[in-house]
Write a protein that binds this ligand. Structure first.
Ligand code: MRU
Length: 345
């Protein structure tokens, strides 16, 4: 049985093709993008989301930006491209993979002396492939930490839809399931955007991995009943001390896990680690519109006139994390020394 069939991001026929994640699971629609401005808007509007998928998408966005700038003026494309690079950089603030991917692409510019498109496309494809390879590696490393007959709880969507392919936390779950070590996968529905109910449940059903959904507020009762062995989540930005920004609700799961003696694993590629920031207090947390909380599927669900607070990420302190799994190795526990050790610095 093949447990990995989806790809959220593809480059085909000289354009960027994205599964529209706003429409899942009701509708499977792929949209094709030809300009960097359209790519930036797709990231902002969450056609594509998930930190590594945003990074891969932005890399292809740079290819489209370079194509337009070179067509406009081959001698000055490196200057002309700057506006599009800013648009891409500003699309969403929290996931550092976006900035990491833009920096990787920009680092190539000095070496390019003619048409930039073939060179940059090759680099974007390499970033995409490296992300998938990193996910497979993390799948192995993370699954090795799980006991036999393990019951896991995950949050948000960290799968093929959120990455170049295969997934981070969901990659560990894919591999653990394939190895026969996981007997139960629980997924939080993940209010307000419902990445768990709409995306994780859909992705696991597509890939024949049984999944049980729960309302976010049911996690405490599930843990109290002794039904969870590991909580496994992804990350949007990890600071030098191991503090981890991830989907809103992750922090409460970490507190609950510690209270109930449940292990807590963060799975993220090193492109999600921001060694420039000392602690999680320095991470910019994106706030999105109140309508995401006040409405559901286009229907108003709150009292007319109510306001809403909608931070879309929170920060889990490193001391609540038992293991940080990266493609370069496992930090258990995550702290400055162990994180520096990933690069042997
Ligand atoms: O707002 P989103 O859907 O982009 O947030 C995504 C998450 O928080 C994921 O859990 C995290 O990015 C890890 S993605 C592998």
């Amino acid at each position: 049985m093949h447990h990995d069939t989806l790809r959220a991001v593809r480059w085909q026929d000289n354009q960027l093709c994205l599964i529209d994640q706003r429409k899942l699971p009701a509708e499977y629609q792929v949209i094709n993008l030809n300009t960097a401005a359209a790519v930036a808007l797709a990231i902002k509007d969450m056609v594509v989301r998930g930190a590594p998928a945003i990074g891969v998408t932005a890399a292809y966005g740079v290819v489209l930006a370079a194509q337009a700038a070179y067509q406009q003026n081959p001698a000055h494309w490196k200057t002309l491209i700057q506006t599009d690079l800013q648009l891409l950089a500003n699309a969403r603030p929290t996931a550092v993979n976006l900035h990491w991917a833009l920096a990787q692409m920009q680092a190539q510019f000095a070496e390019i002396h003619d048409d930039p498109v073939p060179h940059l496309l090759a680099v974007a494809r390499a970033i995409h492939q490296a992300d998938i390879a990193a996910n497979h590696k993390m799948g192995e490393l993370g699954a090795a930490l799980l006991p036999e007959n393990c019951r896991v709880l995950t949050h948000c969507n960290t799968g093929s839809l959120a990455t170049g392919g295969y997934g981070t936390a969901l990659g560990v779950i894919r591999r653990g399931y394939e190895l026969g070590k996981i007997r139960q996968v629980y997924a939080d529905e993940t209010r307000p955007w419902l990445q768990g109910a709409r995306l994780t449940a859909w992705e696991l059903v597509q890939d024949h991995i049984p999944v049980t959904l729960l309302a976010d507020c049911a996690a405490a009762a599930l843990m109290r009943q002794g039904k969870v062995d590991w909580v496994i989540v992804g990350a949007d930005r990890i600071t030098a001390n191991g503090d981890t920004a991830n989907k809103i609700g992750t922090y409460s799961l970490a507190v609950l896990a510690r209270q109930h003696g449940v292990k807590f694993m963060v799975v993220a590629p090193t492109s999600t680690i921001d060694m420039q920031l000392a602690t999680g207090d320095a991470i910019e947390i994106e706030e999105r519109g109140a309508e995401e909380v006040l409405n559901l599927g286009g229907q108003a669900i709150a009292a007319h006139g109510a306001q809403a607070w909608n931070p879309v990420f929170d920060v889990t302190p490193a001391e609540l994390i038992d293991a940080l799994v990266t493609e370069r190795g496992v930090c258990a526990p995550p702290n400055v020394a162990n994180l520096l050790g990933l690069w042997n610095i």
